[in-house]
Ligand binder design. Structure first.
Ligand SMILES: Nc1ncnc2c1ncn2[C@@H]1O[C@H](COP(=O)(O)OP(=O)(O)OP(=O)(O)O)[C@@H](O)[C@H]1O
Ligand SMILES: [Mg+2]
Length: 485
């Protein structure tokens, strides 16, 4: 808003703000790593005084006369941890976490994490007020946060932190760090804000990362849904009509009359601003029309579905989910990152080296960048070298399995994942898929029809069920992991 009203004055104010903040950072032993668009990311190594810097910065900004811009309130977060330095920049989970903590703060506030509290120097007259533990939008372990109090700080009263805990939700914590998918998250957010969009369906084959993407996206849009964001697991349902009970249970609604569950739920949701994450919809496709109807009567509700096939509803936006990028471009591809991160859970000292990099690249390519397959393949680093994992993968899919108990059973082997997809196919679709798997790589529609005897409609339904990928220029490809299956 400030930009629209006072464009030029704002630009002047910001450059003055930048100079001031930078000067404070340097004076307190810190180093500006980068300008983040509307702020700074700075590091303080041992001997630096980040807390003193934060207090001075806030108090001196408050004393400045910003002219027609009025007030300029900034948020500051201080966190401590190890980060990986590459060139002049820093990377790693703790860097991301710092940004997450900052995003919960209000203008004028200084937040300090538990980890930072334990190691920062406390300037005189400073106290830290315990704000309790908060879940952040990264869905990782909760974070204990403190509010900095100091007589020189201009503001003392703030609303509740903008953390995940500020809105009703049942999003489960995740034990691994989320990788990549920034573009998909942006698209999902934009679409959920469109009035014409009632539901977004993430479609893709098993293990591609639909559920994980849906959860992270739901967390990131939680501010837009004051009545909450709820995960509804559809996989355990035996019958499509149980979906209303599953939704009611997730959002904490109790049926109260003899009216149909559908009608009671519609009544309750009519004026709510809720996002329902409907996970594994392929399992109960016949329930789709009822969900379409429910969303029509609840204009502020949205659904974010994951499914191995589209729901075919009015106002449905489809977002095909593909594997993580594995081709080497700038930086480390997302698929490699997931591999390394997964390998480190088993062998903490695991690193990408000149020696293993070509094999990591090959593993990610052989499994089409499918996150589940990458995680399962990486779980072999305790006994096999990366080169040996490649060798095994070339023989078949059997290596892509684990007996780790913290993984849901249906995700313990890739074969299992595909068996589930296979079971949902008609006999004609199975024959067609087998015939198409004989093509070594891409094929055209004509080749499918003449070479493999597969009709256009069969091919279309395999594409729809995410087993065959449609490439540009009317070319098609059977997922390469499937070929080995
Ligand atoms: N972007 C990501 N970053 C880190 N881990 C990921 C990412 N995407 C997926 N994973 C991990 O890969 C595994 C499979 O992902 P997920 O469960 O989301 O697949 P899915 O497409 O929902 O599969 P299904 O169709 O069987 O339900 C999970 O362990 C998940 O945590
Ligand atoms: Mg899933």
């Amino acid at each position: 808003r400030l930009w629209q009203q006072h464009g030029e004055a704002m630009a002047r104010a910001l450059s003055r703000h930048d100079a001031l903040v930078q000067a404070h950072i340097q004076r307190h032993g810190g180093k500006v790593v980068k300008h983040t668009g509307d702020g700074f990311f700075a590091v303080f190594e041992e001997g630096g005084n980040p807390l003193g810097c934060a207090i001075h910065t806030q108090s001196s900004l408050a004393k400045q006369d910003w002219g027609e811009v009025g007030e300029l309130r900034i948020r500051i977060a201080i966190h401590a941890g190890e980060a990986e330095k590459r060139g002049e920049d820093y990377f790693g989970a703790e860097v991301n976490r710092t940004a997450r903590i900052l995003s919960t703060a209000w203008g004028g506030q200084i937040l300090v994490s538990q980890q930072a509290k334990e190691c920062v120097h406390m300037p005189p007259h400073t106290t830290l007020e315990d704000l309790g533990t908060h879940r952040l939008k990264d869905l990782e372990a909760p974070q204990r946060l403190y509010l900095v109090r100091h007589p020189r700080l201009p503001l003392t009263e703030f609303p509740a932190l903008r953390s995940l805990s500020a809105r009703p939700n049942n999003l489960p914590p995740q034990s691994t760090v989320f990788v990549g998918r920034q573009e998909e998250m942006r698209t999902i957010k934009e679409r959920l804000q469109l009035p014409a969009c009632r539901l977004v369906t993430l479609v893709g084959p098993g293990g591609i990362g639909k559920t994980r993407l849906a959860l992270q996206s739901a967390a990131s849009v939680i501010e837009d849904f004051p009545d909450g964001v709820f995960l509804v697991e559809l996989a355990p349902l035996q019958e499509p009509h149980w979906i209303f009970h599953a939704i009611a249970q997730a959002i904490g609604f109790t049926f109260y009359s003899t009216e149909s569950p559908e009608a009671q739920l519609a009544h309750y949701l009519a004026d709510k601003r809720i996002l329902l994450v409907l996970d594994n919809f392929e399992h109960i496709i016949p329930a789709a029309p009822a969900i379409g109807k429910l969303l029509k009567t609840a204009p502020q509700c949205r659904a974010l579905c994951t499914s191995r096939q589209p729901l075919h509803l009015d106002g449905e936006y489809l977002l095909p989910v593909s594997g993580l990028a594995w081709d080497a471009g700038q930086g480390i591809p997302d698929a490699w990152q997931l591999f390394v991160q997964s390998a480190r859970r088993i062998r903490p000292e695991f690193e990408i080296s000149e020696h293993n990099q070509p094999y990591i690249a090959e593993i990610c390519r052989l499994v089409d960048g499918i996150p589940l397959a990458i995680e399962l393949a990486a779980s072999w680093v305790h006994t096999l070298s990366c080169a040996q994992i490649v060798e095994e993968l070339q023989k078949g899919l059997d290596i892509i399995t684990t007996n780790r108990q913290d993984i849901p059973e249906r995700h313990r082997s890739l074969r299992h994942v595909f068996e589930y997809s296979w079971a949902l196919l008609t006999p004609e679709e199975r024959t067609a898929l087998q015939a198409l798997s004989a093509f070594p790589s891409e094929f055209t529609l004509q080749a499918a029809r003449q070479g493999a005897g597969v009709s256009v409609s069969l091919l279309a339904s395999l594409v729809e069920k995410s087993l065959v990928r449609k490439l540009p220029a009317e070319r098609y490809q059977v997922l390469s992991v499937l070929q080995r299956y």
